[in-house]
Design a protein around this ligand. Structure first.
Ligand SMILES: Nc1ncnc2c1ncn2[C@@H]1O[C@H](COP(=O)(O)OP(=O)(O)OP(=O)(O)O)[C@@H](O)[C@H]1O
Ligand SMILES: [Mg+2]
Length: 474
């Protein structure tokens, strides 16, 4: 055995000797001979070395574009790198989260169906010496995959497909999402950054769980549909409830849960069915198309509503919560019809790939034509309603960070009697001072609920009765 100092001295002299031999070899053997020797020595190594290596370069093609495979592998390896590699590189992608990847000349191991593989990162530095004032980056990075040659079929086939699929899925999750709005017949977009999540959404836990499960099942059904050879099923949701009950908030939470883009389709700006068709075709996959306030944005009920109006029993203008004034709607008759909309939704996309979710919202579900909401046309009807005690507890947790309080029973009783939207409850729970005294906020809410109770006892009772009626119908 060598002592450590001796060992280093020995190693040093061995390396020195090897460098010397290599220099002599390069000097005295012409290029062709060297090439031959290298070729045969590699072949010789191939007979004894039982591993296969595949290199994935970062830059490919003539124009040296960034390879999609390389970035998918980088994403795939990011979680493994952060637990295994000793030297890491950090970067913030899409203004969102910190993404870690392994630094050059690091190695991480992975396992697939019991088979071990190794990924190593490396870089080649180009020898071309061009003179330039601007520093030229001549480093060419790559990932090298090493595995046993007996497992060739498994790794080249299923494993690499798995790596690319997972890597792309991570990319979709981390990508910067967009909120599109149609400006007449064209989509324009801004970055979508809404903080809403299902966790912060005030709603009965059971109902919330059911929606989350439905959405997750929808987003994962792609493989199933491809396997059975059917066109991708589109999810159609109808969200209804009074203003301020969280319909728009829930749509943002859906987009955040699934990692989808949002298309806010303003139907009043769409001239006719042809324009609507173009807008819908232009939407990308993995997106949610939102059509807000369908009862106001279109004459969706077509003839039926007209006939009712002729009979003189149209109650619309009496409703103070109507969003678009009636005159405005009449002065701008939209050519988009109910049948046009339903036909597109049901037929058009059967030829397109990719997941799309369509969400309609309305404050007045009772005004919609039965054809639009009948079973089969919509996959799910979700009612968002006034704040009850369960929803209040979510808001109290979000705004005040409290799970329980001596004032909770009073609030529970009041909420059972008074209709207040989650938006209004949230407004009262918003701490007015930096110290955010919980008791002051809860007392504010109690005061507001009591004032509401005093104010309109008859209206509240009517509204409750109506609620009961509509839930009986369902
Ligand atoms: N269920 C809820 N959970 C959490 N916050 C809510 C909820 N409902 C409303 N809010 C709060 O109230 C605000 C208004 O809610 P939102 O815009 O989602 O209501 P809406 O149902 O879409 O109303 P409208 O029918 O007028 O479009 C939101 O910014 C949110 O902070
Ligand atoms: Mg809304």
């Amino acid at each position: 055995m060598y002592a450590p100092a001796d060992m280093f001295a020995h190693l040093g002299s061995t390396i020195g000797a090897l460098v010397f031999v290599w220099t002599i070899f390069q000097q005295f053997f012409p290029y062709q001979v060297r090439n031959h020797i290298e070729k045969y020595s590699q072949r010789l190594v191939g007979y004894v070395y039982p591993y296969i290596q595949i290199t994935f370069n970062e830059l490919t093609g003539e124009r040296l574009m960034r390879s999609e495979a390389y970035s998918a592998i980088e994403n795939y390896l990011s979680s493994k790198s952060s637990t295994q590699a000793k030297r890491l590189k950090g970067d913030i992608k899409n203004n969102q989260s910190l993404v870690l990847s392994m630094d050059d000349h690091e190695e991480v191991a992975d396992e697939f169906k019991g088979v071990q593989v190794w990924w190593a990162s490396g870089k080649n530095i180009s020898k071309s010496q061009t003179f330039s004032y601007i520093p030229v980056n001549d480093e060419k990075r790559y990932y090298k995959l090493t595995f046993h040659k007996r497992k060739r079929d498994l790794i080249i086939g299923p494993y690499l497909a798995h790596v690319l699929k997972e890597g792309n899925a991570i990319k979709v999750r981390n990508r910067q999402r967009k909120l599109y709005t149609n400006n007449g017949s064209h989509w324009s977009h801004v970055v979508f950054e809404h903080p809403a999540t299902f966790q912060t959404l005030a709603m009965e836990p059971e109902k919330k769980k059911d929606i989350i499960e439905d959405l997750t099942a929808f987003s994962k059904a792609e493989e199933f549909y491809t396997r059975i050879g059917r066109a991708w099923k589109r999810g159609k949701y109808l969200l209804y409830g009074p203003p301020g009950t969280g319909k728009s908030t829930m749509i943002a939470a859906m987009a955040n849960l699934l990692g989808y883009d949002l298309y806010d389709l303003e139907l009043t700006a769409v001239k006719d069915n042809t324009e609507l068709r173009r807008l819908l075709i232009e939407t990308s996959s993995k997106s949610i198309i939102v059509i807000e306030d369908i009862d106001c944005s279109l004459d969706l009920t077509g003839q039926r509503r007209k006939q009712r109006k002729d009979r003189g029993d149209d109650q619309e203008e009496k409703d103070p919560r109507e969003k678009v004034p009636k005159e405005e709607r009449e002065s701008k008759p939209s050519q988009v019809t109910l049948s046009g909309l339903l036909n597109f939704i049901d037929g058009l996309w059967s030829a397109c790939r990719g997941e799309r979710l369509i969400v309609f919202t309305t404050n007045h579900v009772e005004k919609l034509d039965a054809a639009l909401i009948r079973k089969g046309r919509m996959d799910k009807h979700i009612e968002l309603s006034y704040c009850n005690f369960e929803s209040f507890k979510v808001l109290a947790r979000n705004y005040l960070k409290v799970e329980s309080h001596t004032l909770f029973p009073t609030i529970c009783d009041l909420l059972a009697e008074v209709n207040m939207t989650p938006a209004d409850v949230a407004e009262h729970l918003m701490p007015k001072t930096l110290s955010g005294d919980v008791e002051i906020c809860l007392k504010n809410l109690i005061q507001a609920l009591e004032a509401e109770k005093e104010k309109k006892p008859s209206t509240q009772v009517e509204a409750k009765d109506q609620d009961n009626e509509s839930s009986d119908k369902k």
